[in-house]
Design a protein around this ligand. Structure first.
Ligand code: PMP
Length: 466
């Protein structure tokens, strides 16, 4: 520990809060709070637990941001970062390369479906998505079809916070106050079965989504559309699990129309659904590009990337264009420390965490679904080790609560007191704990969440707003 960190760790939590309020800009602040806001202080972590500023131990319900897959305080990961930094802390990807990046690319390629066998490394998910989209633009420019650039995205999507990746976002309120490259993006419906028209079967709902996709392609023209990008399961949109046949059907339309199919697996890769990649193993898909981040290092280092199809690269090479350049790269592309820790993380996943995640997931889903007994809960959904509890005013009509914006936060506040960190999302609570969670810990997590929701129901009744 550096002296500065040791000093802070010994300082009064309230002092840290004051420092943050005076000097820190938090992500996603409201205008009224920007640069003046503190958030709950977290000082340590171990396994599925974190410790807050008051020394209270909490279950890390969202695993950070769906990322601390191997759990906190893993000696195997920390020591590899130290060793790699002592060996080679940085190399410039412009002129040189390091061993961990090449070895990691090979291991990732081995897991990726189809002919996806080359990896470009980035600093996280947004830069991975940005890289994939800029690659699509470059690919079509080199192939002499510069007008084939539009990107199909969907309501409920979250793809990042850089300009182009953020332009794809489709969750309510993401874009209300932020500009975007709207001329490059076409939005389709979210494949959210919970919000499908009343009385409609899942099969018809899927047909409706596919028809919308086909109609959009024929209206705009395939010659104008470069890519479709989608999370196999929309994560930050509320863990939206689409109808089974929907993604394979969309994939086929994309192939038939020479539209690149980009699977954004920033959340669903590296064990969240029990596989290294979910596109192939879970959904039977062979995307043209997969983007990943988060769980690749279990959140220990900011790393992401895209795995790209050999076919696309071969086409570019064949063009042998004398001046065309994919003018895209980041100072930290292929960072040796990030790649080294990702390799150690893959060892952990292969060494038992993937198998554990697969084995424990049904229990996790089953236990969380018992919360559907609570009248405030409209639906509990999810798969693997990702789930969402959606609250509604009325279960019959599924009407949202008027207090939508604060219900998740209210539940989170109660759960914090009770020993669980929740990820509140408007009227929803997302649960995606470290993959090493045990049955007993799942029981604790669900019991606290039940009590947190019950207390929130009491508050709402007392206030006469529900
Ligand atoms: N894609 C998806 C599916 C994500 O969930 C996220 C982050 N939540 C991103 C991209 C952006 O990743 P990052 O925050 O690492 O830039």
């Amino acid at each position: 520990m550096t002296d500065a960190i040791r000093e802070t760790a010994q300082s009064n939590a309230q002092d840290v809060v004051e420092l943050a309020k005076r000097h820190l800009v938090q992500p996603w602040p409201t205008a009224g709070e920007v640069g003046a806001e503190a958030r709950p202080l977290i000082r340590g972590g171990e396994g599925i637990y974190i410790t807050d500023g008051a020394g209270k131990r909490l279950i890390d319900g969202p695993a950070g941001m769906w990322c601390v897959n191997a759990g906190h305080r893993r000696e195997e990961l920390a020591s590899v970062m130290y060793e790699q930094a002592m060996l080679l802390s940085y190399n410039t990807p412009w002129y040189t390369m390091s061993e961990p990046s090449a070895v990691l690319a090979k291991r990732i390629a081995d897991y990726a479906p189809g002919d996806l066998n080359h990896v470009f490394f980035t600093t996280g998910g947004s830069s991975a998505v940005e890289s994939a989209l800029r690659f699509m633009q470059f690919y079509n420019n080199v192939r002499g079809r510069p007008e084939k650039k539009l990107i199909l995205s969907r309501g409920g999507a979250y793809h990042g916070s850089t300009y182009l990746s953020a332009s794809l976002n489709g969750r309510p309120r993401d874009r209300d106050w932020m500009d975007g490259a709207d001329d490059l993006v076409v939005k389709l419906s979210s494949p959210n079965p919970f919000r499908r028209p009343e009385g409609m079967s899942l099969a018809i709902f899927s047909n409706m989504l596919v028809a919308e996709f086909e109609e959009t392609v024929s209206r705009i023209g395939a010659d104008k559309i470069g890519a479709f990008i989608g999370e196999p399961i929309q994560a930050s949109g509320g863990v939206i699990v689409p109808p089974d046949d929907y993604l394979p059907r969309i994939r086929k339309i994309c192939r038939d129309n020479d539209i690149l199919f980009i699977a954004d697996e920033v959340v669903t890769a590296f064990g969240r659904l029990g596989h290294v990649f979910s596109s192939g193993e879970e959904f039977g898909l062979d995307p043209d590009i997969i983007t990943f981040a988060k769980g690749v290092t279990s959140g220990y280092f900011p790393l992401g990337g895209m795995v790209v199809s050999e076919r696309l690269l071969a086409e570019l090479r064949r063009s042998n264009h004398p001046t065309a350049m994919y003018a895209h790269g980041l100072t930290y592309t292929s960072h040796p420390v990030g790649c080294a820790v990702a390799l150690a993380n893959l060892d952990l996943l292969e060494g038992g965490i993937l198998a554990h995640a697969q084995a424990i997931a049904p229990y996790f889903q089953e236990q969380l679904r018992t919360l559907e007994e609570l009248p405030l809960v409209g639906e509990v959904r999810g798969t693997g080790l990702m789930a969402c509890v959606e609250c509604v005013a009325d279960r019959e009509s599924k009407n949202p609560l008027e207090l939508d914006t604060s219900v998740g936060m209210r539940i989170d506040a109660h759960c914090h007191e009770l020993g669980l960190l929740v990820r509140p999302l408007i009227n929803m609570c997302v649960m995606s704990p470290p993959l090493v969670i045990t049955r007993d810990q799942i029981d604790d997590m669900v019991a606290i969440l039940r009590e947190g929701i019950s207390r929130t129901m009491d508050d709402l009744r007392r206030e006469g707003v529900w």
